[in-house]
Design a protein around this ligand. Structure first.
Ligand code: UD1
Ligand code: CA
Length: 457
């Protein structure tokens, strides 16, 4: 059975009080509607249609890379009208599944369960029981338990308002039937809108029974209308993600103080201290320790490595048993081989650091390759930029760079070479040589310091 998903994302989201369309606000680092698209993909839907309206250009630009069919709803005339904008591109023999760009956490399991209920004689609706159903469409059932209607809050009688089972809006129906019913919708109701929910009555009239299914978690069908709801859903989701990491073998010092904003995998016996943010694609091996206040974006950290407090890693690879930080910053293109050490107030960028090499204090190493067992002294700077172009620094194995040296690129320093502290090195230091480039020391004996003049009064 082919499934085509229609995601409604045309609404304004007035209560966000934002110039950004609501569906582009981020949950766990990703636009709300991108969560919904990903969940549709997990179902292996044949096509994903997204109905956009408010901020259509911005939504399309942000999600440009997604393989979806766009439908534009110029005026927001109701949920039925919105679905109608997409249906011409839906195959008649498919099942249409309606999702919402501002309901990001619906689970694939729940959707599969819903889809299982659909055939030519049945459509399916996801409903939920709420302590406070105010604002939602109420579910009306007959004596058999079949759903016969959904009545919107504004159109409901006092008896109907007392019903606690409500419409989540998520439903699945044969596309041919949907296409037949949508043109028959009328806007003759309290809000003057074309209600999608009115197709329930049409189904019943046409002998199509309406079955209900329920999600396991209320949060799956929670829509986002304002930033308070966004924050609450983010916390719930983060708690689940943290639980996932713990179940896979990570100790979290405080599961409420870690944020996962991407695709994160951790090995066994990983320890993560408080206030750690993991974004993008992050792979963390076994026995890795991550200190407090560490931010990691798109990085691979091999077994046994330690990332100490207040370190920032972006788009880099950290080898086995490396020690990084505290207060280190590894920028894109940094690759540390096994056992390398990068210490406090060190910044690296496009730097490959060989096995066992150390850059322990206060340095900048950019556009550079370092061999094995190199020792870079405190305050060493690769001068990689001449104001117009970047140049490379190539350092061999077993090199010792004395403290406070400037290495002016392009530059090669050969295997086993030494650079004297305080040098400004501008040309090659050959294998095994000592390069020193600094003012020669001169001592003046019996030096008299100036005396302080007596103040005249
Ligand atoms: C809708 C349901 C209600 C259900 C509730 C669950 C209808 C008539 N009512 O009510 O039964 O309990 O959702 O939250 O369907 N949208 C568009 N274009 C439009 C109108 C809406 O894209 O013209 C999108 C909105 O961006 C939003 C979603 O559809 O994401 C729901 O629209 P909204 O107007 O908020 O529907 P509700 O009144 O909440
Ligand atoms: Ca609403």
């Amino acid at each position: 059975m082919a499934v085509e998903v229609i995601i409604l994302a045309a609404g304004k989201g007035t209560r966000m009080r934002s110039s950004l369309p609501k569906v582009l606000h981020r949950l766990a680092g990703k636009p709300l509607v991108a969560h919904v698209i990903e969940r549709a993909r997990n179902l292996e839907a044949d096509k994903v249609h997204v109905v956009i309206g408010h901020g259509a250009e911005q939504v399309r630009d942000t999600l440009g890379a997604e393989q979806v069919q766009w439908a534009v709803q110029e005026e927001q005339l109701g949920t039925g009208h919105a679905v109608h904008q997409a249906t011409p591109a839906v195959a008649d023999d498919a099942v249409a599944l309606i999702l919402y760009g501002d309901v990001p956490l619906i689970r694939s399991e729940t959707l599969n369960h819903l889809l299982d209920l659909v055939d030519e004689k049945h459509m399916a609706l996801l409903t939920v029981h709420m302590d406070d159903p105010a604002g939602y469409g109420r579910i009306i059932r007959d004596g058999r338990g079949d759903i016969t209607a959904i009545v919107e809050q504004k159109d409901a009688t006092p008896e109907q308002l007392a019903i606690h089972e409500v419409n989540t809006g998520i439903l699945a129906v044969h596309a041919a039937q949907l296409k037949e019913w949508l043109p028959q919708l009328s806007s003759d109701n309290a809000q003057g809108e074309y209600y999608l929910t009115d197709i329930i009555g049409m189904a019943v009239q046409n002998g199509v029974r309406v079955r209900g299914a329920q999600p396991d978690y209320l949060q799956e069908v929670q829509g986002i209308n304002d930033r308070v709801q966004l924050a609450a859903l983010e916390r719930w989701y983060q708690a689940r993600l943290a639980e996932g990491l713990m179940r896979s073998g990570a100790t979290l010092r405080d599961p409420a103080r870690i944020d996962v904003r991407g695709d994160v995998e951790t090995g066994q016996d990983v320890e993560i201290d408080v206030n750690v943010v993991l974004s993008g694609r992050v792979r963390i091996g076994d026995r890795v320790r991550i200190g407090a206040n560490v931010v990691i974006v798109d990085a691979e950290i091999a077994d046994g490595a330690e990332i100490l407090e207040n370190t920032v890693l972006e788009d880099c690879r950290v080898g086995e048993n490396c020690v990084v930080g505290p207060f280190a910053r590894l920028r894109p293109g940094t690759e540390l081989a096994a056992g390398a050490k990068v210490g406090n107030f060190v910044e690296t960028k496009k730097a490959r650091v060989g096995e066992g090499s150390k850059i322990n204090h206060l340095s900048y190493v950019g556009d550079a390759e370092l061999g094995r067992n190199v020792n870079v002294g405190a305050g060493t700077i690769t001068c990689n930029y001449d104001g117009a172009n970047k140049h490379r620094t190539d350092i061999g194995d077993d090199v010792f760079i004395g403290s406070n040296s400037s290495l002016v690129a392009p530059l090669r320093i050969g295997d086993g070479a030494t650079v004297g502290a305080g040098s400004t090195i501008t040309s090659e230091v050959e294998d095994g040589a000592l390069g020193v480039a600094r003012g020669k020391q001169r001592n003046i004996p019996n030096w008299k310091r100036p005396l302080k003049l007596k103040k005249k009064d």
